[in-house]
Design a protein around this ligand. Sequence first.
Ligand code: GAL
Length: 691
Amino acid sequence: MFSSSHSLTGLTDRSGLIFGADYNPEQWPAATWPEDIRLMQEAGINMVTVGVFSWARLEPSEGARNFGWLDHLMDLLHGGGIRVCLATPTASPPAWLGHEYPETLPVDADGSTLWYGSRNQFNPSSAKYRQAAAAITESLARRYAGHPAVAMWHVGNELGQVSYDDETALGFRTWLTRRYATLDRLNQSWGTAFWSQAYGSWEEILPPRKAPYLINPSQKLDFQRFTSAQLLSLYRAERDIIRRYDTRCPVTTNLMGFFRGADYFAFAKETDVVANDWYTDPADPDSHRLGALTHDLCRGLSGGMPWLLMESATSAVNWREHNVPKEPGELRVDALSAVARGADGVCFFQFRQSRFGAERFHSAVVPLAGENTRAFREVAELGKELRSLRQVAGTSCAATIAVLFDWESWWAAESPDTPTNRLQVLEQLQAYYAPLHRRGLSVEVVHPSAELGRYGLVVAPSLFLLAPEHSNSLAAYVRGGGQLVVGPFSAVADSNGHLADGRFPGSLADLLGVDGEEWVPLASPVEVRFGPIQAVQAHIWAEDLALRGNTGKVMAHFGAGRLEGRPAVVRNCHGAGSSWYVGADLPAEALELVLADALAAAGIASPLTAPLPDPVEAASRGGHLFLLNHSARPQEVGLGWTSVDLLTGTAHGPELTLPPFGALVLKEPVPTQTGAAELSNLKNDRNRGTA
Ligand code: GAL
């Protein structure tokens, strides 16, 4: 991936940041298309995603082809200077496919078929579905590869379907034979000595279908791996067909951020551009922080290279229970947050609001009320601003902090047989990310196998499953001078989900200097004391820990109760670096303390002199500091230096006020050599609390 010919560079070099939308013109008479193109031009849109849901139109009956309308549309778009991200239509098969070939339909864990009349009604393991998807992909690629409008290819849509049918069972067995070779090894890896689950032949093995009681966790973990691999193989099959006809344009598929159903580290290796869909929840004041974390995941997935925000909403979505529209100005800061965190383009779902179908009430660039609307005006203004940010395209964010995340560990951690279902992986991730985000620090979410040496601080909020090579690399990182923070219930299991023997946290116990005996889900909150005055409460989780060896220092201990006086947070020295192990679910103010200590040890300081007010986001990219106010109230920001806003050319600082949903893109000072040393001393002093 990421060869220059197959990345965003080729596109942004010519036109600056991508600004786009999903365009579903089949819902409208062809007579409206020229008007759509005029509106795209007016909004500054330079790419549209076409054809995501066009299968029935392109192939009205098996084997038939109807491309005339698309030929016409592609030419119109090209004539209007709008590039096309051309989608294969395979996310929503036509009714005839499900009707004629019911085996193409997915079956849930209860054995119920999921019928057509919606979308995503495909069984990833169905040979017939794969054959039909390949055929329409091939026709499309053959016809449009080389069309001057085509700039990118978009395989399917949000690949995430799962099926438990018989054909899937066959595929699962084949996958298991490759993984284990012998039934003996499978039986051992799945721990089938438990509850008399031993398999005597491959044919007996099933996907984890609905069962009377708890299902074997190792079987479920493998089925999750298999499903993710099946989805990826669907992507690969279509991509390979496209590549046979088009060797020029990047091929991608739209991811869904922290979507549990597929391992996106594996996907990212196969896509030319990491493309992601992110929908802020305007009703949730913290949604922008999860957005930032998701964008930092995209940067981690893309190895630090620019990525693409493939879908976002101009205002309300239609699929939450209560769909609050965005505030005036909110779509702008949402979009700029993605750009600040490495996106080389921002696209909306969708261009023109549907009058019918299940997304009638979803917002769009052009709402039913037309172009004289707030949504359209704000999109057009954003289009202008993105043009003025042209120089940001292709630049990096230079992260100094890694947050570790692993899909396999996520799958394994959240199993109904664990001591609690309240310690959720994503919640842990967000809790440990928040203090970094509040300081405007540059973070990448990466896999534990990433090269860690380039980060000053590594944070591992929740790695329930940890392979020996990854715990070795964490130990080597700390020994070599790195700083590592590890959250609770980590290094619990191996790749089969079998628990580590002995005292916990298993393979990390020496590195972290702790010795754990019992996990303690809490019936009622327990106090965690940081020194004589500061106390907070853990609500869900505690661990019965002791120090291991003599290099550790107790940073916090438990208050009254069965764990009284026992360590809750341990800071340990290991080689040239240090580690922090947190044996409880700490509230935000306590994680602030732990991470402040780790950041100080790493010598990492915020780019701002004063703490950021909560709804303000700060992120550095390409020598610019983006300051974004995600609230409807003005916010004071202590910048500490003066600068000029790239969007307006206005000077700001050292103190400034961001208006409601205001945004600034400030040129960062280039420190002189002595200045750089002074700045770094100042930052270190500030971190140690001496300035
Ligand atoms: C996405 C999907 C789009 C559209 C959108 C609505 O998840 O890819 O096709 O359904 O949601 O918000």
